[in-house]
Design a protein around this ligand. Structure first.
Ligand code: GAP
Length: 528
């Protein structure tokens, strides 16, 4: 069992830096200071994401007889999210620091260490003579020297904010109290020890207004950016059933954007405000729900292995009673060992008939299923494997990142940075290099190979610098194969090597020769 608190911030820093340097991920709006919780995928990140979504779609929808796909609208009717319970209840407890105004998720604030809690009861401004009786409470850990002075310094900052930028609070006029802390249920800002406000519920949904009445205060103009892709699947369940000749059990799959106004986006792209989900709602007879939940868990674990996330790095949390959503009879969280700790990648939840039940009630339209064979009429139950696309991308990147120490002939060490993506996920499948860019024949053949491979896969042509450096540049972005067109290709070392190229493997760095004509089928077998 992995230690869930085990982290490696240095490794994470290197990964974040590589992602920017090589064009995987940029902060959204970076030119203007950055939009918190939003990320743009650069040229290589976009390829990686496309590979993931394409493979998920292929293995989930196209290669199964019992799952169909859909692509729902992002803008969502408020009635849908009222019925689902999101309008009333999709919120997190939020608490505010009275000094810095930082808003933190109350359930994520770490418990404070024992110390002395000072409450300052007011202050007077030296410049204007104004007074305030606003209070501020600060917890100073027992280990800290000069506890009162350090609390007083923080309190002074708080009162300076009240009196204005240039004003100076002269004294903490109304005195202070002190007592051992932390107080029961007290939440303290981990950065400064200030007692946070009582938590209040904060809606995670982005509300917008649409239509010609959007400018008026017309409540019917309210719509939401969807907080999950699942709801459009439930709402369209009957249309899909009636139009697709599917029979229970069957699933509807969707990949797409979701939006949550997370209070504290963090851990790089892990918790974002705009992100993509890959969700399956699998409709079944109630008697099959538990069994199918276990089957889907296995299917999803196999998927992660197929994209290069080994089982040994995944942890399955069987969410205990009392911690699951109230309607769920079983929920597994699939977690991955990120460098910032073991965290959730996907949930596989048995949601019973909750979703179809609330939409049947909310819409007043029947959503029951009629089984032709048994003549039974019932509301199907749902098993939901719900994966985060961006989180899986982050797991792929973290898993692929490697620094390998190589020792040359003279005993000198060198670090090779290599992204060990599976060929299936790698953003670039092949690097194509003419050995010498001034050799017209080598360049011509290299370009011919490029044109031949391009309709089938993403390739990269590079003719600049020494070939060893070109290999290293491709290693750093995870290109599994490179081909070099050299003098042997031209027949200069004999007829038997003519029209062959050097094929270099990223992981082993071994090289072999392969006929140009054999290249495409050889690669196709490996990169899909
Ligand atoms: N329909 C069920 C549902 O949405 P969830 O656990 O809230 O369940 C499913 O989300 C998955 O979506 C998570 O396991 C995670 O991978 C991804 N996800 C959720 N919130 C996210 C966020 N703020 N940023 C990135 N991914 C997120």
């Amino acid at each position: 069992m992995a230690d869930k608190t085990n982290t490696d911030p240095q490794r994470m820093e290197k990964i974040v830096s590589l992602c920017k340097r090589r064009g995987f991920i940029f902060q959204a709006g970076e030119l203007y200071g950055g939009l918190n919780g939003c990320w743009d995928y650069g040229p290589l990140g976009a390829e990686l994401k496309r590979n993931l979504k394409d493979y998920w779609w292929r293995s989930t929808v196209q290669e199964r007889d019992d799952v169909v796909g859909m692509d729902g609208a992002i803008l969502t009717m408020q009635q849908v999210l009222v019925a689902s319970g999101h309008v009333g209840g999709f919120s997190d407890p939020m608490s505010e620091c009275p000094l810095t105004k930082a808003r933190l998720r109350a359930d994520q604030i770490p418990a404070a260490d024992a110390g002395i809690e000072y409450t300052f009861l007011g202050a007077k401004d030296a410049v204007s003579g104004k007074m305030t009786d606003k209070t501020i409470t600060i917890l100073v850990a027992n280990e800290k020297q000069e506890k009162f002075r350090s609390a007083e310094k923080i309190a002074m900052k708080f009162y300076a904010e009240i009196f204005g930028k240039n004003a100076k609070p002269e004294s903490l006029e109304n005195g202070w109290t002190e007592q051992p802390g932390p107080r029961e249920n007290g939440l303290y800002n981990p950065d400064n020890g200030v007692l946070m406000s009582e938590p209040r519920m904060f809606s995670l949904m982005f509300q917008t207004k649409m239509g010609a009445n959007a400018d008026d205060n017309d409540p019917s103009a309210v719509a939401y950016l969807r907080p999950e892709t699942a709801q459009s699947i439930f709402v369209q369940y009957k249309n899909v059933l009636d139009s697709s000749r599917v029979k229970l059990p069957f699933g509807i799959a969707q990949v797409g954007k979701s939006f949550r106004n997370e209070i504290n986006p963090r851990n790089y792209t892990f918790r974002s405000r705009e992100f993509e989900q890959m969700e399956i709602e699998y409709f079944c007879h109630p008697k099959d729900g538990m069994r199918l939940t276990d089957e889907w868990l296995e299917t999803r674990l196999k998927f992660y292995e197929e994209i290069g996330i080994p089982r040994t790095k995944l942890h399955i949390l069987d969410v205990p009673d009392g911690e699951r959503a109230f309607y769920s009879q079983k929920t597994y969280d699939i977690e991955y060992e990120f460098p910032f700790g073991v965290q959730e990648l996907e949930g596989v939840a048995y949601r019973t008939d909750y979703d179809l039940g609330v939409h049947q009630k909310g819409s007043g339209r029947p959503l029951e299923y009629f089984d032709e064979e048994t003549k039974e009429k019932f509301l199907p139950h749902v098993v939901e494997p719900s994966a985060g696309c961006d989180r899986t991308i982050l797991a792929l990147i973290c898993e692929a990142f490697d620094e390998e120490v190589l020792t040359d002939d003279k005993g000198k060490d060198d670090v090779r940075t290599v992204m060990r993506f599976t060929s299936r996920m790698a953003p670039i499948k092949v690097g194509i290099f003419p050995l010498l860019k001034k050799n017209e024949d080598q360049v011509r053949i290299a370009k011919e190979i490029q044109k031949k491979l391009q309709p089938w896969m993403n390739v990269f042509y590079d003719d600049s610098g020494a070939v060893g450096r070109r290999y290293r540049r491709q290693d750093e972005v995870g290109t599994p194969y490179c081909v070099t067109i050299d003098f042997e290709t031209l027949g200069e070392s004999g007829e038997e090597l003519k029209n062959t190229v050097t094929l270099r493997h990223r992981d082993s760095m071994e090289q072999e020769r392969i006929a140009i004509d054999a290249l495409l089928p050889w690669l196709l077998e490996r990169v899909r």
